[in-house]
Ligand binder design. Structure first.
Ligand code: NAP
Length: 248
């Protein structure tokens, strides 16, 4: 069994969806967890629910992770509450889909800021206490489309491919300090993000997946739990796909 007691974790965009499931998994394994979201009420509700279900200490923080000052405040909030950050999960992300010819510059900028710049800012802010502790686990939630592309998602695919490049670079920069940096590339997972798709679109997607179904947030959270634990101590700079075999 994975034991994260005495560990602390910060999960961005964890008021709902995959982030919330990851926060719940880490807390269930014994970690104290900071739930951060752009919306404070959503974060508070998730923190209360997870704290009650697991008995672990949870805190709620509001932060727009694409903004450097918000990220500074968020990390300070975690350090004030827990005194350290052992695990950082860069999960917050959005889509603004459209074919390239019609994609607005602001949709490109917004997606790159919230999905990719945020990971840079959160890593930069968190890595200092991790370096002092000479240990840490950073897990970036990328996407299979960062590996294989997807028509209509130039901004989103580029942001997720960028996240994978960031993961590999930081893995090299911090390996000697025993800080592991890995990415998870989920396939199509049932959350609000994929709820926007019609049933016909979901069926079409599922037909291209060897396992012939969409995944659940828990499937991604299980991989995050493994990467957050000492079981992954000799793994860094890797991308684990959680996608029912879509990319292989
Ligand atoms: P979701 O249900 O839409 O949840 C995303 C969370 O991020 C929401 O709580 C959202 O808050 C928050 N958020 C949005 N912008 C933010 C910002 N600027 N600062 C802080 N928090 C912000 O999405 P999900 O499906 O769980 O996705 C989670 C991650 O997995 C994303 O990085 C996504 O790209 C990735 N992913 C998802 C899938 C999938 O099929 N679902 C597949 C591959 C990768 P609000 O709701 O208040 O806006």
């Amino acid at each position: 069994m994975i034991d994260l007691s005495s560990k602390t974790a910060l999960v961005t965009g964890s008021g709902r969806g995959i982030g919330k499931e990851i926060a719940a998994k880490l807390a269930a394994a014994g970690a104290d967890v900071a739930i951060s979201d752009i919306d404070l009420e959503t974060a508070r509700a998730a923190a209360a629910e997870i704290g009650q279900a697991t008995g672990r200490k949870t805190i709620a923080l509001a932060a727009d992770v694409s903004k450097a000052d918000d990220v500074k405040g968020m990390v300070k909030g975690v350090m004030d509450a827990f005194g350290k950050i052992d695990i950082l999960i860069n999960n917050a992300g959005i889509t603004r889909d459209g074919l390239l010819m019609r994609m607005k510059e602001e949709d490109w900028d917004l997606v790159l800021s919230i999905n990719l710049k945020s990971a840079f800012l959160c890593c930069r802010e968190t890595v200092r206490p991790m370096m002092s502790a000479r240990s840490g686990k950073i897990i970036n939630i990328a996407s299979v489309v960062g590996l294989m592309g997807n028509a209509g998602q130039a901004n989103y695919s580029a942001s997720k491919a960028g996240m994978i490049g960031l993961t590999k670079t930081l893995a090299r920069e911090f390996a000697s300090r025993s800080i592991n940096v890995n990415a998870i590339a989920p396939g199509f997972i049932k959350t609000a993000m994929t709820d926007k798709l019609t049933d016909a679109e979901k069926e079409k997607l599922a037909s291209g997946i060897p396992m012939a179904k969409l995944g659940n947030p828990e499937d991604v959270a299980n991989a995050a739990l493994f990467l957050a634990s000492s079981l992954s101590d000799y793994i860094t700079g890797q991308v684990i796909t959680v996608d029912g075999g879509l990319v292989m």
